[in-house]
Structures are given as C-alpha cells and as structure tokens.
Design a protein around this ligand. Structure first.
Ligand code: TNX
Length: 512
C-alpha cells in the first residue's frame, strides 16, 4: 500500500460527545496513514460475525479467540454471507508483505491485505481500536465500540525484533509464549533467542547431552537453570509462526562460551573444563580457535538448530570476544561463516563481526551506545562496506535491560539510563555516519536477563519500551513524534492491565 503523501500519521479529530463509549483511535505503532470518520463508530454486539474470505481463516480464528473471551459473545466465523453486521477479513491479490487496509464504518469492519501476515498485523490495529477491556481473559460488560477510521498501513522496516536472553536466566516455553503475545500486539515479527552464554546452555543437542544437562544446570546467581528439548524449541517456533514471527536462534561464540567449555573438556585449549559460572562478568571465555573439535562442535550445534528453525537466520553471536586474539577472531568467523552457509542459513551476528570478513547479505546487529563516528560505530560501518545490513539495537536506546531511572530496582546502567523518551526519540537511518535507511534491515529491542527472573520483571522492563522500538520499526519517520506517541502510549496502560501485564508507569507518559 502506498503511503498517502503528506497525510499526517494520526489526525487527532475529537469524536462527538454523542458516542461517549468510543475513544479516539490510539494505535501503537502509528499507522502510516489514518483518517478518522467523525461521528462514525462500529459496535460489536452479540450478533456480530467474522466473515472470512479464502486465506483469512487464521486471522479470523485468532481474532474470534480474543473477542469471545472478553465479550462473551458467540462471534461465529462464517465463509459466506453479507458484510453488513460483520468484521470481514480478506486476502486480496496484489501487494505483498505486511501491508493492510482497515476500514471501520457504522455497519461493518473491513480488513484486507495481500497476505495472511498482513491481515494478522491489521488485527492488532483493530484490537487497539476496541476498548481496553477487550484484552480481558474473562467476560466483561462492554459496550464494544470502535471509532470510524480508514487506515492504510505498511511497515517501514522488514525486521522488527525483540531478543530474550534465556541463558542468564532460563524462561519456560510458557513464559516465552507469553512474551511472544506481548510483542505480537505491537507488530513485532522477529524473535531472537539468546540460547547460550557463559552462565547457561539452553538447547538440547542430542549427540552432546552434557551441554544442556550440565551446561544448562544453573543460571546467574546460582539458580536451577533449565533448557529446551528439541520439542520445546519446535513448540516455540510453532507458536511464534502462528503470530507471523520468525525465530532467530543465537549460539554465541567464540566468547560467552563458559557453559559449553565447562560441559566438554575437549573444547578447551588446555583440555581442562572450567567450573560452571554464575556471575555477571563478560569477556573471559573463548572457544579454542586452533582445535578441529571446535568446528565439529559448531557444525553439530548449528546444523541441529538450522534443521529446527524454519527462518533463514542463524545468529552466531561474535560479541565481546575479549579473550580471543584478533587474528583468531577472524579465523573463527571464517570457519563459522562456512558452517552457517553450508546449512543454508544467512550469517547473523553482533556488529563486532564487521571486524572480520562477512558475506554480502549478512546481518550485523549494532549494539554499541555510540552514534555518528564515535568509537564503537566502526565495526558496523565495516560490516555495511562488505554488503551486510544492520539490525539497530543501540544499547542507550534499545536495550530493555537498562534501568529507566537511577532508582529502577531491576536492570543495569552501563549504557546509561533509558527512559521511555530515550527509547523512542532516535532514527535508525541517521544514527551512524555512513549508514542510511537502505543499509538498515530494521530494529531490535534486546532483553538481557542478568537481573530479570520473573514474568513481572519481563513485563516491567519491556512495557512501555518495546512498543517504542516497535513504532520506530513500523512507522515512517515523518509520521512519528514523541508528543503524539506519549498520548497513544498512555492509552495502552489499561490494555496491559486487562492483559495481566505489569509496566513501568513512567512520569513522561500521561496515563489515564
Ligand atoms: C552486553 S551488548 C552484552 C551482554 C550483556 C549486556 C547487558 C552485547 C552484545 N553483549 O552480554 O548481557 O551487555 O546489558
């Protein structure tokens, strides 16, 4: 869908007081184009049906699931019949990708896209037009009005991700799925799982059982740890795919590998396994670059993950290899790149990999809290020069584990304090000298979990910053402004409450 040139992203037309139950549209991420229809609204009733045209079944079933549990209405799904009185979902020919068109009128709601994925994104918009109580898991009284709108929407970037570090603390399949549900509401489409680190190895590898059984047996602070079986991992992949989210598995190396080194003595240059590690230092471990077993190990692990992962990316880490000599780092990248390629995947790593040779089309994830030409930006530029594209996760804007303020009980502050406005007010296409929109694959908000243990902790660090990063990834730059975002964000608070999500009630946001 074309962005309407010059149209404001959100026309803040106040609705007449005649329909008090219908709020003005407060959608995050802001649609590329949104026109309000003053005085017009749609009301969901006991008689509302979902009309699905071919290709729309999945979005229809998902939407019905949300509407039924909170409204208590039957919300039947039908394949034929009149549009009047229905929410009509259709996959139309033409435009691909995640673009969609949503029209809310008095007599019906019409949502169409060229793809089922686009329909699913449009359903997230529709959810946010309905009252917050629609997110409740128990029946609520209504009424269920949505403001009249005409929306034409499409994402700015194809990669709109979040990362969950399941290595520093382990999170169960159920917890990961709960996180996926939070992210899906904001049209996040990439789920990066940081599966291995010094403190834990979280994925079972059949021929190397000690990686999970021993390497996965603890966590930061000495907790019990845990790991995913291949079935668990497949379940996460399935759950994410149902939300049109691609899983990007990461096996970090050559640094951040103490859990593997502790599990198999042969992986160490001196043949001695170090003890398990439960602290929070970084940069002290390294795989043994000169040993053939290192590459047999990597081939086995990455080959398994390649088979378990339908998406095109394998993330090989590559960050903070402070205990690996630069020449060894280059040799490691040469070997691991060949393995990733042989298993049919696209090389993805932290932007540190730009210091080595990387193939055109690789993905380099920028994490440094640096801008312009500051130190820390050089490897990202080097990656771009080689034809890689960047996923932008600058720690001083996009890291979900940074404290909001000095008194935030959770999180770290090595990259500074990241209030909601800091998370929102930056442009991935102009942050680094020599890097423009065409070099940027998208954005990603990583949640490192040294200090994060419970669902509450995840929620509190994620909300409201993940929606901020999601909007940077989705909404055209010229359609974004902090003053408008904070108002739309405020309207999300009651939704999070209805969904059973905790959040940081930032004083920067005028919560209702
Ligand atoms: C740095 S940034 C790391 C992680 C830590 C994180 C904590 C990067 C690629 N590595 O190992 O968990 O800081 O904020």
């Amino acid at each position: 869908l074309a962005v309407v040139p010059g149209a404001p992203a959100v026309a803040a037309v106040p609705l007449p007081t005649a329909s008090p139950a219908v709020a003005a549209p407060h959608v995050v991420p802001a649609p590329a184009s949104l026109r309000t229809l003053p005085g017009v609204s749609f009301t969901l009733t006991r008689r509302t049906r979902i009309l699905v045209r071919p290709g729309a079944d999945h979005a229809g079933t998902y939407l019905a699931g949300i509407l039924r549990r909170s409204t208590g209405y039957p919300v039947p799904i039908s394949r034929t019949g009149a549009t009047t009185g229905s929410i009509a979902l259709s996959v139309t020919g033409g435009g691909g990708g995640e673009a969609y068109r949503l029209s809310v009128r008095r007599d019906s709601v019409r949502l169409s896209s060229g793809t089922p994925a686009g329909l699913f994104r449009g359903v997230q918009t529709l959810r946010q037009l309905l009252p917050p109580a629609v997110e409740s898991t128990t029946v609520r009284p209504g009424p269920w009005g949505a403001p009249g709108v005409e929306i034409e929407d499409a994402p700015r970037f194809a990669w709109r991700g979040t990362m969950l570090d399941v290595a520093r603390h382990f999170f169960t399949v159920r917890q990961v799925e709960r996180y996926i549900d939070t992210a899906a509401l904001y049209k996040i489409n990439m789920l990066h799982l940081h599966l291995t680190d010094d403190q834990g190895w979280r994925i079972a590898i059949p021929d190397r059982p000690r990686l999970a059984s021993y390497g996965g047996s603890t966590a930061v602070g000495g907790g019990p740890g845990g790991f995913y079986t291949e079935r668990d991992f497949a379940e996460i992949v399935r759950y994410a795919a149902e939300r049109y989210m691609t899983v990007v598995p990461e096996v970090d190396g050559p640094g951040h590998t103490n859990a593997a080194l502790a599990s198999y003595a042969e992986l160490n240059c001196d043949g001695h396994a170090p003890p398990l590690y439960t602290g929070t230092d970084v940069g002290f471990s390294s795989l043994c670059i000169g040993k053939p077993v290192t590459y047999e190990f990597l081939d086995d692990v990455l080959g398994r993950l390649a088979k378990l992962t339908p998406g095109p990316y394998l993330h090989i880490g590559g960050d903070e290899a402070m205990s690996t000599k630069p020449a060894d780092y280059a040799e490691y990248l040469r070997r691991v790149e060949e393995i990733v390629r042989r298993h049919g995947k696209t090389l993805t790593g932290w932007a540190d990999i730009g210091a080595a040779t990387v193939p055109r089309g690789s993905i380099a994830q920028y994490w440094q809290p640096a801008k312009g030409s500051e130190e820390g930006t050089a490897t990202a530029r080097a990656a771009v020069r080689q034809g890689a594209r960047l996923v932008m996760s600058p720690a001083d804007h996009a890291y979900l584990d940074m404290k909001y303020t000095a008194s935030t009980p959770l999180g770290q502050d090595w990259a500074g304090l990241v209030e909601v406005r800091d998370a929102y007010a930056w442009d991935p296409g102009t942050l680094i000298d020599g890097v423009t929109d065409k070099d940027v694959a998208g954005v990603e908000a990583p949640l490192w979990t040294e200090t994060i243990v419970t669902d509450h902790d995840i929620d509190y660090m994620t909300l409201p910053r993940l929606p901020a990063i999601a909007e940077i990834g989705w909404t055209p730059q010229r359609g974004r402004s902090w003053n408008d975002f904070r108002l739309r964000l405020a309207a999300q608070g009651p939704r999070w409450a209805a969904l059973g999500r905790a959040y940081y009630p930032s004083p920067q946001v005028p919560w209702p």
